[in-house]
Design a protein around this ligand. Structure first.
Ligand code: NDP
Length: 489
């Protein structure tokens, strides 16, 4: 028989063991651990920058979750991340959104953003770079150096296109190698291109390239393509699209400026072949780096969900869209997941006792963006003369070369407008003043040749009439560093 002290000691040991097991399991990401007992609204005492519902990612999953979170009366903040809008921004027309026969991917995202904002969701241009899930509220650290405290978090970070990881790939990326036909197809007018991959995306890329290019060859590494029958039938209508099976690229070759050939490995035989451009479409990797060893992931790195819900191995953390979907990867499904994740998150907050009363008591501690995404529109230039005039009048000029149909250009626009607001006004102490402009290459063909633009967006810095630096699309922080270095040259 135990006396009272013995019973307490045994109880404490069992409790500690239990906690230890939970901790151990959670750290190996192999089980579902419940912290529910550890969550108490009292933990919010002394915390600031509180966000009842935080969402990472602004694709269809994140935006649908925000819509439901905000409509559910919960203060909801989306961290847009480095690629606002996600993969739909790089898709052409979306034809499989129920009830919407045809709409450009980026327009669909624009309406979803507006809809979520109408109901009060806040969208901020920042990315979360570190997360502490060991204590609650969850501490979220962002690129801009801030720390937020989230009561519930929906992970909708999507997936990133895969690369081949072979010699020459980094060197010729954006100089003949692309992962976005919608963006770069117009650069391959009457040229020959390869599309690597045998999935639906690869076949869709080939069809997107068809109106521009002379010849498109799909390179499929196996002896059959996994694209749907519909897609495989659809390409037969294009006489200039061919499929080569058992073929892969093992090296990219060029003249430093542009890709001009590849080494092909075809049925085990290696040979060099000339080509003007290569489009990669070989699947995606889920963006779960931040969650490794913190939340259960499957072998391919996708977040593991509990049953038919969007709940994850950690209470209060939910996942939606491609980040947790190794199978279907459809925008419509991502949006549906987002809705489910928000409903799960609202139920979680309710169970915690987070009511309207609690929210109003916390009002002063909530993080409310100041709306201070100060933006300055870029001046559009329509002729070489207009550009010459601007470069004569301004010591420093930034030119963003874009096209109408380039989704990355649309993604870069808010980032550039924000930086333009900082540099154009020389708001930073001792900062030089720079004039930010944009040139649409579809209306100004002279500009591609004059500035050697081979991919959009291309951003150049012109100092006293001479180009001193150039880059493609970059996340906000990297672009800010790029300008800082270029301006001080
Ligand atoms: P998938 O994973 O379906 O296909 C990837 C393709 O890339 C496969 O053919 C794969 O070959 C190939 N691949 C992978 N790695 C390499 C490599 N290193 N070298 C060469 N080839 C490689 O991805 P998708 O992006 O095509 O599609 C994702 C999902 O989205 C799918 O469910 C698809 O159905 C869906 N989708 C639907 C569309 C629509 O309905 N309109 C449009 C686009 C996508 P292997 O087969 O040998 O593994």
């Amino acid at each position: 028989m135990f006396n009272r002290t013995g019973f307490i000691a045994l109880f404490t040991t069992i409790a500690l063991l239990g906690l230890g097991i939970g901790y151990w399991k959670c750290h190996r990401g192999g089980c579902f651990t419940s912290h529910a007992g550890a969550y108490s609204l009292a933990a919010l005492e002394g915390k600031d920058n509180i966000i009842p519902l935080a969402i990472m990612g602004s694709g269809p999953a994140g935006l649908a979750a925000a819509l439901y979170g905000a409509r559910g009366g919960i203060h909801t903040v989306i961290f847009e991340g480095d690629k606002p809008g996600g993969q739909l921004m790089e898709t052409g027309f979306v034809e499989n959104w129920p009830g919407l026969p045809k709409k450009l991917g980026r327009d669909l995202i624009a309406s979803a953003r507006e809809q979520a904002q109408t109901f009060g969701a806040h969208i901020i241009q920042d990315a979360i770079i570190d997360i502490d899930l060991e204590s609650w509220p969850f501490a979220l650290k962002t690129k801009s150096g801030k720390t937020f405290h989230a009561l519930a978090l929906i992970v909708a970070t999507g997936a990133t296109p895969r690369k081949l990881g072979i010699p020459g790939e980094d060197q010729y990326w954006g100089k003949g190698i692309s992962a976005c036909a919608t963006c770069d197809a117009p650069f391959y007018k009457d040229k020959d291109v390869f599309v690597v991959g045998g999935g639906d995306s690869a076949f869709e890329e080939a069809i997107l390239l068809a109106p521009y290019t002379r010849k498109i060859t799909l390179l499929v590494r196996g002896d059959q393509a996994r694209a749907s029958n519909t897609m495989q039938e659809r390409i037969k209508a294009y006489p200039h699209i061919a499929v080569r099976y058992n073929t892969n690229i093992s090296q990219f070759i060029g003249d430093d400026q542009h890709l001009n050939a590849v080494v092909l490995n075809e049925k085990g035989e290696k040979k060099a072949e000339n080509i003007h451009g290569v489009f990669l479409s070989i699947g995606h990797t889920p963006n779960t780096k931040l969650f490794k060893h913190k939340v259960s992931l499957d072998e391919s790195g996708h977040i593991v969900l509990k049953g038919r819900s969007q709940t994850t191995s950690v209470d209060g953390i939910f996942a939606a869209g491609d980040v947790a979907d190794p199978r279907y990867k459809q925008a419509g499904i991502a949006a549906g997941d987002g809705v489910k994740a928000a409903l799960d998150a609202l139920a979680f907050l309710r169970e915690l006792g987070f009511s309207k009363d609690v929210a109003s008591k916390l009002q002063a501690k909530l993080f409310v963006p100041d709306g201070g995404l100060d933006r300055h529109a870029l001046t559009e230039l329509f002729s070489a003369d207009a550009l010459d005039k601007v470069t004569k009048e301004n010591n420093l000029v930034v030119v963003d070369f874009i096209t109408d149909i380039c989704p990355s250009c649309a993604q870069m626009q808010p980032i550039l407008e924000k930086l333009a607001a900082e540099w154009q006004e020389a708001a930073l102490s001792k900062a030089p003043k720079a004039k930010f402009c944009k040139i649409n290459l579809m209306k100004n063909q002279w500009a591609s040749a004059r500035f050697g633009v081979q991919s959009v967006p291309t951003i150049v810095v012109i100092k006293q009439g001479t180009v001193v630096a150039r880059t493609g699309a970059l996340p906000h922080e990297k672009l800010a560093a790029f300008f800082k270095a270029a301006f001080s040259r």
